[in-house]
Design a protein around this ligand. Structure first.
Ligand SMILES: Cc1cc2nc3c(=O)[nH]c(=O)nc-3n(C[C@H](O)[C@H](O)[C@H](O)COP(=O)(O)OP(=O)(O)OC[C@H]3O[C@@H](n4cnc5c(N)ncnc54)[C@H](O)[C@@H]3O)c2cc1C
Length: 391
């Protein structure tokens, strides 16, 4: 008989928010409600991204949670970061991607694997929002199967020459820099993948092309094509052939933020539904008094709250340096399923009021569809979980 070995450190499975964490949550809530909701209203259908938001968020410390003080960090950790992402995500599934594309993705990865020069050049700027970041492994024929990538970097003297096309790079058209995973030795399979830091604005041969998307219109993804792009050998992050391991580590962190983005959207659906059922009357009473409607609200809350507790605990454990490989994929699965379901339930509860084009519900519906795809599809998360359990 198999007995699951739950974490021995059960006593550690609790957390308390510090004053700094409470403050950043409140700051994110205020900023999202007062600033982002206003611009999103104007910009969403036009597909406009405002780079100044990156700078403002940087100044408010939204990218500073996971980096040490010497690089501009503010000590709120992963827990503070997810609290912040959740609040941003309640208002905008687009702009709540920024903490990932700035520091949880590129910044933290450079801190872990970069040289002192690389850390000095990029990390403070990513934290402050002076540098806009992105990261990309995906290619047209290499999504879940990273090893199927075709892009290559060939050594030539003290340079690498990059050729190939990345796709779905969030922020790729506006970013100043990005982390890109490419083959330096295809023969070696995943051991031949390396990670490069590329300055996107100063490297001739790079072209970007915005992708027309179903949702997330204020933070769009791009194709990024490289044609004979020459970069210095100093742009290699870590050693040659270490890229795959670096990517898995980066995804381990960015997936936690992906689950929190879903949590934020689920929270918005729940709030809107509660407000609506307390007002809308049918059959001579508020629909919130009808048992079948009450049940839907209860289900939404249960699924949302389960995801929230899981995410906070996983984040708090990360801050303590404990945890399990099952934690993040499980949190992402639970939160993404809850968010997709919450968006659908909201459409149902609002009835015809969900259908006019200008309703936030359309945004919830469309934006939520990305959650079970990005940073690990449903199937891939299940594979990771089952293989970890059965290994
Ligand atoms: C809005 C958005 C933003 C994104 N941002 C980024 C970014 O910033 N950087 C980046 O690198 N990428 C980004 N991506 C790409 C994203 O990570 C990929 O879409 C994702 O990894 C899935 O790859 P795919 O779309 O090619 O699907 P595929 O891998 O082709 O999967 C298609 C289907 O097959 C299933 N499948 C695939 N392999 C298996 C398997 N082994 N076993 C069982 N089922 C399987 C999948 O679950 C899915 O249902 C983004 C995508 C979106 C939609």
């Amino acid at each position: 008989m198999v007995i699951l070995q739950f974490d021995e450190e059960v006593a550690n499975l609790f957390f308390e928010l510090t004053e700094e964490q409470k403050e950043i949550k409140q700051r994110a809530r205020d900023y999202a409600e007062k600033r982002i909701s206003v611009v999103q209203e104007e910009d969403y259908d036009k597909g406009v991204f405002r780079p100044e938001i990156v700078k403002e968020m940087g100044e408010l410390g939204f990218f500073a949670g996971v980096v040490p003080e010497e690089y501009g960090g503010n000590n709120v950790g992963f827990l503070g970061t997810v609290l912040c992402v959740e609040e941003l995500g309640r208002v905008s599934a687009s702009y709540c991607m920024l903490p990932t594309s700035q520091t949880v993705g590129p910044g933290l990865t450079i801190l872990r694997h970069g040289t002192e020069e690389q850390k000095d050049k990029y990390v403070r700027g990513l934290v402050s929002g002076d540098i806009i970041g992105c990261f990309s492994s995906t290619e047209p024929d290499a999504g879940s199967d990273v090893a199927a990538m075709k892009m290559v970097a060939v050594e030539k003297g003290d340079r690498f020459i990059l050729n190939g096309t990345k796709t779905w790079a969030t922020g790729g058209s506006v970013a100043d820099m990005g982390l890109f995973w490419v083959y330096t030795d295809k023969e070696k399979g995943t051991r031949g993948i390396s990670c490069f830091i590329v300055d996107l604005k100063d490297s001739p041969g790079i072209s970007t092309h915005l992708i027309e998307e179903l949702g997330l219109h204020c933070c769009r993804a791009s194709e990024v094509a490289f044609q004979d792009v020459e970069i210095s050998k100093d742009c290699l992050l870590g050693n040659k052939g270490e890229g795959y391991g670096i990517l898995m580590e980066t995804l381990g962190e960015s997936r936690l933020c992906a689950s929190t983005r879903a949590l934020g959207l689920g929270h918005a659906c729940l709030d809107d539904c509660i407000n609506f059922v307390k007002e809308r009357k049918q059959a001579g009473q508020k629909i919130g008094n009808l048992q079948l409607v009450e049940a839907r609200i209860a289900e939404m809350y249960i699924e949302h709250e389960a995801a929230r507790m899981l995410i906070y605990q996983v984040a708090a454990n990360k801050d303590r340096g404990i945890g399990d490989p099952l934690d993040v994929p499980t949190a992402k699965y639970v939160a993404c399923e809850a968010a997709v379901k919450a968006a659908e339930t909201a459409m149902e509860i609002f009835g015809s009021f969900s259908f006019p084009l200008n309703m936030a519900l359309r945004r919830y519906m469309n934006d939520s569809r990305c959650f079970p795809i990005t940073e690990g599809t449903r199937n891939i998360l299940k594979l990771i979980i089952s293989r970890t359990l059965l290994r």
